[in-house]
Design a binder for this molecule. Structure first.
Ligand SMILES: NC(=O)c1ccc[n+]([C@@H]2O[C@H](COP(=O)([O-])OP(=O)(O)OC[C@H]3O[C@@H](n4cnc5c(N)ncnc54)[C@H](O)[C@@H]3O)[C@@H](O)[C@H]2O)c1
Length: 359
């Protein structure tokens, strides 16, 4: 049974709705007006859902073109995108046709990229099925693939025509992936919507239960935070940087771990690090700084990393794209929901804070 979805609009040159609710898939054809064919890109774990979506499209007299891609990061390559373009060419896929990307952030990123480049841009709709996909990857129009030189270095800004966050798809998401996605939810709480933090603190068991009404509320609130930011800054001219809270150290951990750590786990450690740094730099009060560790721990997220890894992490952060020259920049908080930049903290302070967080 479809419940009434919540609609959150993303502003911009071509505004689009993000629908959050359960059993929303029937609304998909309504977003694809005028299409004759709809490519349905998905990885093997979402094959059953893709079949259901294809059946729904047929019922609405749209011709589905299933495109199965390898799972997770293995599907986020230029070779996979090229195979999809070959399939679109073989089907005479036209400018009025559309693409649906079903899955976690990796699948929706590649689906969006295939859509951005085919005939210089066709319509697309992400159907995120991971928590991270719903609150982060599928919103904002950033699409792309990985290359030998690194993750997400090739891509395009190509906003979708709508996003369907169908919470019933979370029922099959492995619990560890669900909890990892909560790190981005907590991030949204600290940078913009502290009610998220109170909800989690009040009932952490519901926060980790994908079928709970609280999760719907957490997704809606986090989507609103991201929608507000990207609606005001599609092309990352500056505002969007707040979304990188916790991500400077997180990206370094992910690289040092050769991307075998979940992104959300790395973000969780990065949030604790950024908060402790802000406190030690005199920017944030101690209670708000330590609240990071306590909220994330309540959810079972990691809050520290290997103490001996600091030299590698520092070297990796130095080549991070957010640093300017040799100076490192960190998104920090001046208070709850008051994000700002800490530019060029000393190496000594950075190392001290790491020792404090990770020893
Ligand atoms: N475009 C953006 O703005 C943006 C933002 C953040 C992250 N990302 C990208 O998102 C990706 C990470 O996304 P992720 O954490 O969703 O990982 P993922 O896409 O690799 O998915 C994780 C695993 O969960 C499986 N899965 C997803 N939904 C499922 C479901 N409902 N049931 C069963 N299995 C399911 C996937 O098939 C995969 O095996 C990265 O590539 C990252 O770069 C993009």
């Amino acid at each position: 049974m479809m419940s009434e979805p919540t609609r959150i609009d993303v502003a911009g040159e071509r505004p689009y709705p993000v629908l959050v609710g359960r059993d929303l898939l029937l609304t998909l054809p309504g977003l694809l007006d005028g299409a004759a064919q709809v490519a349905v890109l998905h990885a093997p774990p979402l094959a059953t859902l893709a079949d259901r979506i294809c059946a729904g499209l047929r019922k609405a007299r749209l011709a589905p073109l299933p495109l199965e891609v390898p799972d997770a990061e293995a599907g986020k390559t230029i070779e996979v995108a090229a195979r999809c373009w070959d399939a679109l060419g073989g089907a005479n896929f036209t400018r009025t046709d559309a693409i649906v990307g079903i899955g976690g952030g990796a699948a929706t990123d590649v689906a969006g990229f295939v859509a951005a480049a085919w005939l210089r841009g066709v319509r697309w709709v992400p159907v995120p099925t991971s928590l991270l996909g719903m609150v982060d990857a599928a919103i904002g129009g950033k699409t792309g693939v990985n290359t030998a030189a690194g993750k997400n270095l090739v891509g395009a800004f190509h906003p979708p025509v709508g996003v369907l966050c169908d919470l019933s798809t979370l029922d099959t998401l492995p619990p560890a992936d669900f909890v990892a996605g909560l790190a981005e939810v907590v991030k949204c709480g600290f940078i913009a919507d502290p009610t998220i933090l109170s909800l989690v603190e009040g009932d952490p068991a519901s926060a980790v239960d994908p079928s709970s009404p609280m999760v719907r509320s957490l997704v809606e609130r986090s989507v609103r935070v991201k929608a507000d930011v990207v609606g005001a800054d599609l092309r990352e001219s500056g505002l969007r940087e707040v979304l990188n809270y916790g991500h400077t150290l997180a990206h370094a951990i992910e690289k040092v771990e050769a991307y075998c750590w979940r992104h959300g786990h790395a973000v969780s450690v990065g949030l604790v690090y950024a908060a402790t740094l802000a406190w030690r730099a005199g920017r944030l009060d101690e209670a708000t700084a330590s609240r990071h560790r306590s909220v994330l721990s309540l959810l079972g997220l990691p809050v520290s990393y290997r103490p001996d890894a600091w030299p590698d992490l520092l070297a990796t952060m130095r080549v991070d794209k957010k640093s300017r020259g040799a100076r490192l920049r960190f998104m920090v908080l001046d208070g709850l929901a008051k994000p700002s930049i800490l530019d060029g903290p000393s190496e000594e302070l950075l190392a001290d804070v790491y020792r404090e967080v990770c020893s």
